[in-house]
Design a protein around this ligand. Structure first.
Ligand code: MTE
Length: 310
């Protein structure tokens, strides 16, 4: 574990929602320590430290250190080299960010980040992240269920899918002006997948605001799917009737399907999918169906052939 300095844990941004976050963290992560902490009671620095530096996730798995999560990244808008992303993206300016939620909804809304933090209770959510390249991490995100935001905008009866669009700021992102890829980065989920409680809009990790390299200021986390389904730095969420195009499916349809559920039984042309390397470990470990979240999401795919709908 990396020791976090006090001033690293509570930057100005975090004070805004600190109480709210601590209340929910008490439920999820550090119940024993904060059980006596009534809403609104300010915890001691020691209590805070427990929340932000706990080493073990809910299933007894070790959290991946902050240092690894923030220095080994896929963020193609900045660089194709994982070790270079942090250097290029850590100063990514996301001031005055707005996220537009539109399309087939009753109340189209453009949220500022302040609106997001004021209206949606932030909680700690510890999930495995499994990249299609065969590596994995366990990450303590800060965020909330996408379904809560969908409830506010109200999908119409025609809405069948949710489309996510990432930022494409040529001034800050060196690769988006190059035609190598079909920018902007876009992703999609079926509406019922998007409404599953695990589908998360994340605004931070390890109790801190989202670092640039991890998709500041707000990104998706879809823990039962390969990591590329979790679009970073989202500017637009659109409810649509047809299955949307996605960045990787457009780039290489034979390698990346629309569903891309973590599935050890469906091989990939280039990477092993029945096992994975947890960052920080030497031995590979078996990959779990739906990344270990079958009980929570299995119902979404009943009756579907996941070899065809890969
Ligand atoms: N989102 C955008 N906008 N651009 C990207 O290149 N890479 C994806 C996903 N989201 C990517 C993205 C991939 S391949 C993975 S594995 C995860 O982000 C990595 O997230 P992390 O760097 O926070 O671990």
């Amino acid at each position: 574990m990396i020791p976090l300095k006090k001033d690293e844990i509570t930057p100005e941004w975090f004070y805004i929602n600190r109480r709210q976050f601590l209340r929910s963290a008490a439920l999820v992560g550090a119940g024993a320590v904060l059980a006596a902490c009534a809403p609104g009671v300010t915890p001691t620095p020691e209590e805070e430290a427990v929340i932000t530096t706990q080493a073990i996730g809910p299933d007894g798995e070790e959290l991946t250190p902050y240092e690894s999560i923030t220095t080994y990244n896929n963020f193609y808008e900045f660089s194709l080299f994982k070790e270079k992303v942090a250097e290029l993206a850590s100063d990514y300016n996301t001031d005055n960010w707005q996220i537009e939620v539109s399309g087939l909804v009753k109340n189209p809304t453009t949220f500022t980040m302040q609106d997001i933090l004021d209206n949606f209770e932030q909680e700690e959510r510890i999930y495995r992240l499994r990249c299609v390249e065969g590596w994995s991490m366990v990450i303590p995100w800060v965020g909330f269920s996408l379904s809560k935001l969908l409830d506010v905008v109200g999908p119409t009866a025609d809405a069948q899918y949710v489309r996510f669009e990432s930022d494409m700021d040529e001034k800050q992102m060196p690769n988006v002006s190059k035609p190598t890829f079909p920018w902007p980065y876009q992703e999609g989920l079926r509406l019922d997948e998007a409404q599953n409680d695990l589908a998360t809009l994340a605004t931070g990790l390890y109790g801190k605001p989202m670092p640039g390299q991890n998709g500041a200021p707000i990104r998706m986390v879809v823990p039962w799917k390969y990591g590329f389904k979790s679009a970073k730095s989202i500017k637009k969420i659109e409810l649509v009737a047809q299955q949307p195009d996605t960045f990787w499916n457009t780039s290489a349809p034979n390698e990346y399907g629309f569903y891309s559920n973590v599935n050890p039984n469906v091989p990939h042309p280039r990477w092993m999918q029945d096992s994975e390397r947890r960052i920080g470990e030497l031995k590979r470990r078996p990959t779990l169906m739906f990344n270990g979240y079958e009980d929570e999401v299995g119902y979404l795919y009943e009756g579907m052939d996941l070899r065809i709908n890969y």
